[in-house]
Unconditional design. Structure first.
Length: 215
């Protein structure tokens, strides 16, 4: 099937389900990363949250993208303990109004909504890129997405580039000393470990790229 060039409910639903599947598959890896610099629950947290998100999609299919993002954010806030629940929850809650109530999102609208989500994570968690958090994957992904769309790339190509940037941002967290979250309690000892939240955030961007590349 051909790449899609707008994000309607079918594509956005697929994005969330693909993310849930990646999290399920990588649960033990995410937890192992968190065991090294946190409290060994990131895989379990994200798996619990995304399982609940998929259950909610099945039980109450949203009417439009804004409703899908709002429901997802609320479910994550409700079902995930720890820092990542409110942060991922805020991300999706902030995406909802940025859709402007559209039934299908143009690539630029999706990029704008993602940026609103990331700004919500910043407002809530007070982290900046370089603090060894999920933002180290999300921020470069959004910059790559905007740049690719501005250069006239297709949605699929732009999200592939965003996914590569997220993976690079994730990898670049390894040498960093954590300045936010539980890992920051370790100070210098947090260096030489990949950040768990940046790792799950790279899965989120990778799932978006996979969702537009067709089923
Ligand atoms: P907790 O740290 O409460 O156990 P998780 O283990 O689920 O929660 O999530 C940890 C991840 O959350 C970290 O790897 C980091 O990427 C992210 N994180 C923690 N604090 C912040 C923050 N203030 N801003 C952005 N991301 C953060
Ligand atoms: Mg943890």
């Amino acid at each position: 099937m051909a790449d899609v060039d707008v994000l309607d409910l079918t594509v956005l639903d697929r994005w969330l389900r693909l993310f849930a599947a990646s999290v399920a598959e990588q649960k033990d890896t995410l937890t192992a990363l968190d065991a090294a610099i946190g409290d060994a629950d990131h895989g379990a947290n994200m798996h619990r949250g995304m399982t609940a998100v998929v259950e909610a999609l099945d039980a109450t299919p949203p009417a439009d993208p804004a409703a899908l993002f709002k429901q997802t954010g609320m479910v994550l806030v409700r079902s995930v303990g720890g820092a990542s629940g409110p942060l991922y929850g805020t991300f999706f809650l902030r995406m909802a109004p940025a859709t402007g109530g559209a039934g299908a999102l143009e690539p630029e609208t999706f990029a704008k909504a993602l940026r609103a989500g990331v700004e919500g994570v910043v407002a809530r968690g007070k982290a900046e890129p370089g603090d060894k958090t999920m933002l180290d994957a999300l921020a470069p992904a959004l910059d790559a997405l905007d740049a690719a769309l501005a250069a006239g790339e297709s949605l699929a190509a732009a999200l592939r580039q965003a996914s590569t940037a997220a993976d690079e941002g994730r990898d670049a967290t390894t040498p960093l000393v954590a300045r936010k979250g539980r890992a920051s309690y370790l100070g210098e000892r947090s260096a030489d470990h990949q950040d768990p939240g940046a790792t799950s955030a790279a899965l989120l961007v990778g799932a978006a790229a996979a969702a537009v590349a067709g089923p």
